[in-house]
Write a protein that binds this ligand. Structure first.
Ligand SMILES: Nc1ncnc2c1ncn2[C@@H]1O[C@H](COP(=O)(O)OP(=O)(O)OP(=O)(O)O)[C@@H](O)[C@H]1O
Ligand SMILES: Nc1ccn([C@H]2C[C@H](O)[C@@H](COP(=O)(O)O)O2)c(=O)n1
Length: 211
């Protein structure tokens, strides 16, 4: 069983996926972490992030390992844990460039499809390109201002700066971020985190919640 939760940047995908996964007793899979880790490695190696063959060759030489857990995902390159370094402003600024490379997308998709189900998968194209046959699909939205206000609780930048960066990233990620036609779209703006989780749990087919 696979449940997909896609959505725009900072719409609550990881927090909501974690809550849904815990309620179902399965792990969740954060696909964005693979793009973020690929970006960090590219930046550290001073690669041109537009150079797909260079980025891919570097990834193949420095394999990433995603550890999907219900309590939070961790990601490793060899013995080094990268997780804590992936939500910096520097990685945010470069990740859309790396995520636009078809070669990198194919590499990430192969990593994700190799994971053993059941799980909740979150990202941008989980319900469209990666797991089109998922048992249930959701897509989270919220206005840029609300998303920026939430992010500002965890970042040093102010709300207008965060909002501008989110709008820029939404635009850069637009191609792969369309909701699946069969996804339930949820505006998280008026909802609490738990409200979003309960909304999703209430809409899951009975065979998923009893599995
Ligand atoms: N419905 C909600 N109400 C209030 N706060 C929320 C809600 N959903 C998420 N948040 C908060 O918004 C912030 C962003 O959430 P989260 O990191 O889960 O989003 P994301 O979509 O995974 O982000 P990114 O695209 O950057 O990976 C977090 O601080 C989270 O606690
Ligand atoms: N399935 C995915 C997941 C993520 N991305 C890109 C888009 C984002 O800018 C970046 C980081 O993702 P986030 O942590 O914000 O969810 O990775 C994508 O293109 N496809």
């Amino acid at each position: 069983m696979i449940v997909t939760i896609d959505g725009v940047a900072a719409s609550g995908k990881s927090s909501v996926s974690g809550g849904v996964a815990r309620a179902l007793g399965v792990p969740y899979v954060s696909s964005g972490l693979l793009y973020r880790a690929a970006t960090l490695l590219g930046l550290e190696a001073r690669l041109d992030l537009h150079d797909a063959p260079a980025v891919l060759a570097h990834l193949q030489g420095h394999p990433l390992r995603l550890e999907p857990l219900a309590g939070g995902n961790r990601i490793w390159q060899g013995d080094r844990e990268l997780t804590g370094e992936l939500h910096s402003t520097r990685v945010d600024a470069g990740v859309s460039v790396v995520a636009a490379l078809p070669e990198v997308r194919a590499w990430v998709d192969a990593q994700l499809r190799a994971l053993p189900a059941p799980f909740v998968a979150e990202g941008r194209d989980m319900g469209t390109a990666v797991f089109p046959h998922a048992g249930a699909k959701f897509y989270l939205t919220a206005s840029p201002r609300i998303r920026a206000q939430r992010r500002a609780q965890e970042r040093p930048e102010d709300v207008p700066a965060i909002e501008a960066a989110l709008v820029r990233r939404d635009e850069l990620d637009r191609v792969q971020s369309a909701p699946a036609p069969d996804a339930v779209v949820i505006d998280t703006g008026p909802l609490t985190l738990d409200g979003v989780i309960q909304t999703i749990l209430a809409q899951l087919p009975a065979q998923l919640t009893s599995a």
